[in-house]
Design a protein around this ligand. Structure first.
Ligand SMILES: [Zn+2]
Ligand SMILES: [Zn+2]
Length: 386
């Protein structure tokens, strides 16, 4: 049976606007995940599992006898941003907004599930993975910790994100690193504070903290290879000093970005050397806490070719490219790629779209059908009917 694509587009638009009007923050996607599960059951999927990693949903669709299993993923969470504007379907949840287009990603993956359930055209198993809490970088890990790979195993995974500034109907991706890791750090310096008039009686930490901040600037400029990309940003310096008292405690906080695990490891290593070495110079103590919030998103070369070949049948050939620049934003999809190979792509949200995470942003419904068809085409290409 062939599905009516313009009817599907209208349906996806209605779903997307309903989700937009009812945004929910990470791990609070109760209405959203119930909406998704209800639709997947309506489409007649073989299995719909709810509550995976909190509010995640996994739908399973099987056809034929092939043992191959491919996953498609969408994110469902919204942001704590107050929506501007007067859309009919604007957020009904004050202070929460779909400002990253995850309403659109969810509607596109639902559209693909409906299309594949009604039309088939493949042999094997498709997992539709709807993850919570992408914006926190915690939802994929929660699903994985809840046994995603053991209970709903798959061999490869695909995901997409809308891209403001890129015209609707355009597709871009790249081989290898496409989105960066985000690491956070905190350096705590401890000394002995005291009277501002008598610094030599104590062992204050502010000058040591300032030296540390300056020395951290040499990680990217002097310790990384000039051909590697890294960012080390100190964003806060907090002390317990006051106008006439020198501090005995200083906290230096910040954020580092990179595209290769080795670069992230090098930034951490150099940060520890600098923090401890500078502290020694000023005779104070340093303690470094370095955490990895998002891992870099590394696209598999062979699967980029597959996604690109699928894009050729959905988009105009002159509107697709594998030359997207690496971006220093981060994406939770990367966590799935620590388990299986996959490919993440960008699709246009329109030249005039407000930026992501902006109070005036809205997902462009003109892109819904492209996304659903791209998902479905990848499945039919990777799980061909015999
Ligand atoms: Zn976002
Ligand atoms: Zn997003």
């Amino acid at each position: 049976m062939t599905i009516d694509l313009s009817a599907l587009e209208q349906e996806m638009t209605a779903w997307r606007r309903d989700l937009h009007a009812h945004p929910e923050f990470g791990f609070e996607e109760k209405r959203t995940s119930a909406f998704v599960a209800t639709k997947l059951r309506e489409f007649g999927l073989d299995e719909v599992a709810e509550g995976i990693g909190g509010t995640g949903v996994v739908g399973t669709l099987k056809r034929g006898s092939s043992n191959r299993v491919i996953a498609l993923r969408a994110d469902m969470d919204a942001l704590r941003i107050t929506e501007q504007g007067t859309l009919d379907y604007r957020s009904q949840n004050s202070g929460t907004m779909h400002a990253c287009g995850h309403d659109g990603h969810t509607a596109m993956l639902l559209g693909a599930a409906k299309l594949l359930a009604e039309e088939g055209g493949f042999e094997g198993t498709v997992r539709f993975v709807f993850q919570p809490a992408e914006e926190w970088g915690k939802g994929a890990l929660a699903m994985l910790a809840d046994g995603l790979m053991e209970r709903f195993p798959f061999e490869e995974i695909y995901g997409l994100h809308n891209m403001p500034g890129l015209p609707v109907g355009h597709f871009q991706t790249r081989v290898g690193p496409i989105m960066s890791a985000e690491d956070n750090f905190e350096i705590v310096l401890k000394g002995v504070g005291g009277h501002a008039a008598r610094p030599h009686w104590g062992n204050e930490v502010l000058v040591a903290a300032c030296a540390t901040v300056m020395n951290l600037q040499t990680i990217v400029s002097r310790r990384l290879s000039p051909t590697d990309i890294g960012v080390v940003s100190v964003t806060e310096l907090i002390t317990d000093g006051t106008r006439n008292a020198l501090p005995g405690l200083a906290r230096i906080l910040g954020d580092a970005r990179s595209f290769q695990p080795e670069v992230s490891a090098e930034i951490e290593k150099q940060m520890r050397i600098i923090a401890e070495g500078t502290a020694l110079t000023y005779n104070v103590a340093a303690e470094v806490t370095y955490t990895r919030e998002f891992v870099p998103l590394l696209n598999d070369a062979a699967l980029v070719d597959e996604a690109f070949a699928a894009a050729r049948t959905v988009f105009e050939p002159e509107h697709i490219s594998t030359a997207h620049e690496p971006m220093t934003g981060s994406e939770d999809f990367a966590r799935f790629l620590e388990h299986v190979p996959g490919c993440f792509v960008f699709v246009g949200n329109g030249k005039d779209s407000a930026p992501l995470h902006n109070p005036a942003y809205d997902f462009n419904d003109d892109g819904l059908l492209h996304g659903a068809r791209l998902h479905a085409t990848i499945i039919r290409q990777r799980l061909p009917s015999v």
